[in-house]
Design a protein around this ligand. Sequence first.
Ligand code: ATP
Ligand code: MG
Length: 648
Amino acid sequence: MSDDSKTYPVPEAFASQANLTPEKYREMYAASIADPAAFWGEQGKRLDWMTPYTVVKDVSWETGDLHVRWYSDGVLNVTANCIDRHLDTRGDKAAFIWEGDKPGESHTVTYRQLHASVSKFANVLKELGVKKGDRVTIYMPMILEAAYAMLACARIGAVHSVVFGGFSPEALAGRIVDCGSEVLITADEGLRGGKSVPLKVNADKAAGIAGGTVKKMLVVKRTGGNVSMTEGRDHWLHEIGATVSADCPPEPMNAEDPLFILYTSGSTGKPKGVLHTTGGYLLWASMTHEYVFDLKENDIFWCSADVGWVTGHTYIIYGPLANGATSVMFEGVPTYPDASRFWQVCDKHQVTIFYTAPTAIRALMREGEGPVNKTSRKSIRLLGTVGEPINPEAWEWYFHVVGEARCPIVDTWWQTETGGTLIVPLPNTTDMKPGAGSHPFFGIKPILVDADGRELEGAADGNLLITDSWPGQMRTVYGDHQRFVETYFTAYPGKYFTGDGCRRDADGFYWITGRVDDVINVSGHRMGTAEVESALVSHDAVAEAAVVGYPHDIKGQGIYAYVTLRAGCEADDALRKNLVAHVRNEIGPIASPDLIQFAPGLPKTRSGKIMRRILRKIAENEFSNLGDTSTLAEPEVVKDLIDNRQNR
Ligand code: ATP
Ligand code: MG
């Protein structure tokens, strides 16, 4: 078991300036649960409406008539909220600070400049024939035009589907076909870690695979690399851009008109086309961004995700802009030119709030403290993490080494489906426990149930459900409402099933224990993967670990651990024994790994999450059918894992 009792108080310097207090959180949370319609009716006023709503909540989670609507008679435009309404007071404030892959390259874009660029881009889309309701696929590097493209869609009421620029032509084509998108926006090439990424070449291949779906391709010049343009289909942004006006009034949109489709990371299977709409999503993005990050007017906020993931949508683009904040957008990777880059960028732009993923933290931890200590980091006052459970070892490193024990850590649990954060230790409202998601955001009522759906009270371990809707909730799986109903509302009718396992400790803190599909059952004891992995990672030799079950004659399931070592550590039987003893000591004999495979790398999604379902197949000796691998970042690591698997 993780150490439930280890707590850190919020550092005093932070607490004295924080927006929230424990009392204020308790008060607001109680109000949000007692009368959701009144609470959300009031919160909806954060946004500017062209026609105010009179209906706040119209939701049914009954499987026969499942619908989710918020503010459903209100009319607004997302970009009017993210740009236009700030022009009077924040016109010269930086909306974005862009930092290039190559150190030394950066630009600042003010809200006024953003207004002009997005309006022009929107007019370019109109020139290409894009209309309200049309789907537009965006396959871009992390350049400002990616943000302009998304916002331009929102300005004219088109629905964007951003596909991460690291995806293959096949994966891109699948997503284009799934949502029937006739327009594809891309760039000549991307730049990441000093290497160029052939985006236009991939886009051409994808258009071929998609068999005529793509009618128009809009190409942004990033590197100036040589690309071929198909006559009649392909257009350069800068060419059409030079001919259009910088005036494009925002399209009035119903709160429930679609804003975007985004495919989930694909950790557990075929990605789902998650649909978010205009009003509720924007409200959730804005409100969580303000409260989760203790936002102040002069903050420089940096979310290091890619805009190809929901984290980039909500916390690089929509949340920060709706709040009139300054958002840093980074084209590169954490380790280029070296492992100091994140912290150098923080120093360069005086970043005050920094938000990243456990996979990046573990990768940097592997390089030791040297690259961190070379930098100042004094501007940072709050740190955040998202994407996977953070191992307590990595949390401690982030807290002590990166934040020098000055900065609270917000460990934000959420999903593509939820639109924004649902479980989090809101700054200055609670002591912090390393590795705990902690407490629900306003309006969120989590419960834990056993396999039969019986609600568990007090300290307990079970499946995590949410009992009532919140404005940022996804509305459907695009084109497949039945899949929406089946995936989230069928196992436990009337409740939203998150797919994650969770433990509530005696102090009422929530700990995400991993995906329910990954739970291991050893001799009748149910165990989350996160805890066994965290025990392994807490050993000095271990950089990263992934744990899965495999069929075991006596125990039902045995524990198979894949372990990546820190630089310079010897992979041998002595270390295997040592690791088993270490886990026994940390958790107990029941959690002892039966088999340990040392691996140079683990299979991950392109957003950096460990894909345990593939590891499970290998452990089960069923590697001939690995299922959907289109979201795998480095297919080569799988071959090494198969070749070196451990036999019983
Ligand atoms: P798919 O749904 O296609 O399998 P995915 O679940 O990885 O992919 P996302 O929506 O990107 O797609 O990820 C959400 C999941 O990530 C959560 O359900 C949870 O398992 C994990 N997660 C995200 N943030 C945290 C966090 N702070 N702590 C623990 N787990 C987290
Ligand atoms: Mg998921």
